[in-house]
Design a protein around this ligand. Structure first.
Ligand code: AKG
Ligand code: FE2
Length: 400
């Protein structure tokens, strides 16, 4: 709306400048016509930006590379961006990837979108081994990156270019022409173009600085530490990948290329939360996965989390957009689906449909830990995940 106001102000300042009419007629005529065109373009851009199913500023929190959209429940300025997120239509989301529906212990705790708990997915020894191997390797602050930044750049640049940049460029050229009785249409256009180029660069730098600030701020939303375990000679990691392969089967949604299911997995990641550490509401899928995650298997079609220890207080996994489940590990008295971590149990859900369509209903968070919490996670992608993000073909062949 600010742009519209700026446009209106600029338009009225042109109208209110009678001295221009007395001197030369064409600058004002050109200005008025260009103003009208830009005003319409600007309104269109703004309408599209706010009504589009894809949020203007869509941030996804992902470890290593992606980050969640602004949490609706988060305090601070993120809620500002969250307001634009609600628009994508869940009716456009198709079926999830297939899984082995007969997997032992599989319990559906929510339908459409499907969320499952798999009781006793991993035995105690495997859970302990994953924790110990992670401790031996050493965990470091879980990195967070900004998903959707490519689209955000496009959106913001588009808005700036059709709005303020055009307006200031034309207004500047018109202003310069005021003192110059010899000014021709050509020189006015050239001035406007020069101004446009300069202002475009300024807008570009401003947008880059804003996005950098935003990416840095995202780190605050995830305070856990973590490491990846891609050595399948370790029995904890191997058992996790073997069970995940049994669960997902070898059928790939995008291509049934006969490759082992594990070649679609990111290597297991072990995550540790100490007291007060948390992961803010986020999505595991990335609306810009095709571009931003091209080297790591594209879209995340499924998330498989295993709780590696019992957690009596805090550290639940909560889905703020889904209702509570009739399930014993559901936090009592909570209106949203909120699972209490129990050693060896897995949580399975589908951040995107089998075609990679983002499903915003799967927003979730790791609530602040009170007791120490350990989890291991596998993301199942749309395409094969090559090393260093995935497990090597050799390791899969030798150990699975
Ligand atoms: O800690 C949890 O319960 C959730 C973790 C999670 O969502 C993630 O690692 O993407
Ligand atoms: Fe997540």
């Amino acid at each position: 709306m600010k742009t519209v106001t700026a446009v209106a102000t600029a338009a009225s300042s042109i109208k209110d400048a009678p001295h221009v009419l007395g001197r030369r007629k064409y600058p004002i005529i050109i200005n008025i016509s260009l103003s009208c065109i830009l005003f319409i373009a600007d309104l269109r851009a703004l309408t599209e930006a706010f009504a589009s199913p894809r949020p203007v500023l869509d941030v996804i929190l992902r470890q290593h590379h992606r980050m969640p959209p602004a949490p609706a429940s988060a305090t601070s300025s993120w809620s500002l961006f969250a307001s634009t997120i609600e628009s994508s239509s869940s009716s456009m989301v198709g079926n999830r990837i297939p899984i082995n529906e007969n997997y032992p212990g599989l319990k559906r705790v929510h339908s459409n979108p499907d969320v499952y708990v798999i009781e006793k997915f991993l035995d105690d020894a495997s859970c302990d081994d994953l924790i110990h191997k992670a401790m031996e390797k050493g965990t470091s602050r879980s990195p967070v990156a900004y998903a959707g930044w490519t689209d955000d750049i496009k959106d913001l640049l588009g808005l700036a270019a059709s709005g303020p940049v055009s307006w200031f460029a034309i207004f500047g050229a018109w202003y310069e022409a005021q003192g110059d009785v010899e000014a021709s249409v050509l020189s006015l256009v050239l001035h406007a173009l020069r101004n446009y180029a300069c202002l475009f660069v300024v807008a570009l730098v401003g947008i880059a600085a804003f996005l950098k600030f935003r990416a840095d701020s995202l780190q605050e939303l995830r305070t856990s530490t973590s490491t990846t375990l891609d050595d399948l000679s370790q029995f904890g990691a191997r058992n996790f990948v073997v069970r995940a392969s049994d669960l997902f089967g070898n059928a790939s949604s995008s291509s049934d290329d006969g490759m082992p299911a594990a070649s679609y997995f990111e290597a297991p990641t072990v995550i540790h939360y100490e007291k007060d550490q948390a992961l803010a509401p986020h999505y595991d899928a990335n609306r810009s996965a095709n571009v931003e995650d091209a080297n790591r298997g594209g879209q995340t079609l499924s998330t498989l989390l295993v709780y590696l220890n019992d957690v009596a207080n805090g550290g639940t996994t909560r889905f703020p957009k889904l209702p509570a489940a009739d399930y014993e590990q559901q936090v009592k008295g909570e209106r949203n689906l909120e699972i209490i971590p129990r050693k060896g149990d897995a949580l399975l859900f589908f951040p995107a449909d089998k075609y990679g369509m983002f499903d915003e209903r799967t927003e979730h968070e790791g609530c602040p830990a009170v007791d120490s919490k350990w989890i291991a996670r596998i993301w199942r992608h749309a395409d094969r995940v090559p090393p260093p993000f995935g497990v090597s073909d050799e390791s899969i062949k030798n150990h699975l």
